[in-house]
Write a protein that binds this ligand. Structure first.
Ligand code: FA5
Length: 349
């Protein structure tokens, strides 16, 4: 039986070596490897089972030969593999890797143009001494309206002109609460960053010199210059002798900082409940006057609402549309482009 086993081993070695040398490509070599060396159904495994039939006294020699043959078959496989690899990647079945191809460039992400604009605006206003301040996007009516001198009957408080939330803050009810929330204070998405003026003045005594950049929400139909969610930059300065001339200088310096030295600033009389006098602020740029926001001297009622003494301090405030500034700067003609998430648009910035 030992003789048969040894003969089977020799035959297997001869056949396997021939098959490996004949393999013309990686695929053929792999098929031959599975046939002879496959872990489950390989022919070496099958022949190996014959060791059990060898007489006990012949087993050590037969086992030694089995190991030699196994090693020889593996060596034959390795040298066939080396031969194919040195013949080139295609023959070795490695056509997927062509080391000579140039790498694929990684797409590096970047900040959204509005985030970039916000950073730049903070930078410009920082040089003018204005520190960033934050406030919540979900507001109560005191900060969005009442403390800003916007009375109950003012059209800006119309529920159809604001995003009121279905949930309400716990606490005392107000007369303006929608009927189903009569006993709780209504909440809404802030419609302007002027809310942050109140929050800052409630927290700190004068002087104040802040900007606040953030999202605001209005049920405006989206068109080329309007979006229901947009960003504003609020500015507030309170000091002993702030004047309208100071406001104009700050806005002019801001405009030249962001748009360049050839920009002109114009004030048109306007009305905001929280400023008196109030102005609409336009910039002349690229042969056109463009409205960027509202501004004015802080109304004494607002100063009183936060416990400041209007006899002691005065101040100015402004609120500018961030998208509109960015559109002007980059020649973007439709505000909706910012929020389509089209990378072809976004990766230009
Ligand atoms: C206000 O929101 C006032 N809070 C501004 C203000 C602050 C006045 C401090 C006085 C003192 P207004 O509603 O005009 O004002 O909005 C200001 C700017 O926001 C507009 O000039 C415009 O640039 C931008 N804006 C308004 N509505 C939209 C909209 N739907 N989409 C994009 N930008 C808008």
């Amino acid at each position: 039986m030992a003789a048969q086993f040894l003969a089977d081993l020799d035959a297997l070695l001869a056949e396997a070596s021939a098959a490996f040398s004949a393999a013309a490509d990686g695929e053929a070599l792999e098929a031959a490897r599975i046939e002879f060396l496959g872990a489950a159904k390989g022919r070496l495994k099958a022949v190996q089972k014959g060791l059990g039939t060898v007489a006990k006294e012949d087993k050590p020699a037969a086992g030694k030969r089995l190991n030699e043959v196994k090693e020889a078959i593996e060596t034959a496989f390795t040298s066939a593999k080396d031969r194919l690899e040195s013949a080139g990647p295609a023959a070795a079945g490695g056509a997927r890797f062509d080391l000579t191809l140039p790498g694929r460039p990684l797409r590096v992400g970047r900040l959204h143009p509005i985030s970039q604009t916000i950073d730049e605006l903070k930078d410009i206003m920082g040089r003018l001494g204005f520190t960033p301040a934050e406030g919540p996007e979900i507001e109560d009516e005191r900060h969005n309206f009442e403390a800003l001198n916007i009375p109950l009957e003012h059209p800006a408080r119309d529920p159809l002109d604001n995003f009121y939330l279905a949930v309400a803050a716990a606490g005392a009810g107000t007369a303006t609460a929608p009927p189903h929330q009569e006993h709780a204070a209504p909440l809404l998405l802030r419609s302007q960053t002027s809310t942050v003026q109140i929050r800052v003045m409630e927290r700190q005594p004068p002087p104040v010199r802040i900007i606040s950049l953030g999202r605001v929400y209005r049920p405006d139909a989206a068109d080329a210059t309007h979006y229901p969610m947009f960003h504003q930059m609020e500015g507030l300065l309170i000091d002993r002798h702030a004047t309208l001339a100071d406001l104009k200088s700050v806005l002019r310096m801001f405009a030249t900082g962001y748009l360049g030295s050839d920009v002109h600033v114009r004030f048109r009389p306007s009305f905001f409940p929280f400023t008196e006098p109030s102005v609409e602020c336009d910039y002349y740029w690229n042969d056109r006057w463009i409205e960027f926001g509202g501004a004015g001297m802080v109304d004494p009622n607002v100063l009183q609402a936060v416990g400041y003494d209007p006899e002691e301090v005065s101040g100015f405030a402004f609120g500018l549309g961030v998208e509109r500034l960015c559109m002007r700067r980059h020649g973007i003609t439709d505000i909706r482009e910012f929020y389509k998430n089209d990378v072809r648009f976004l990766q230009q910035f």
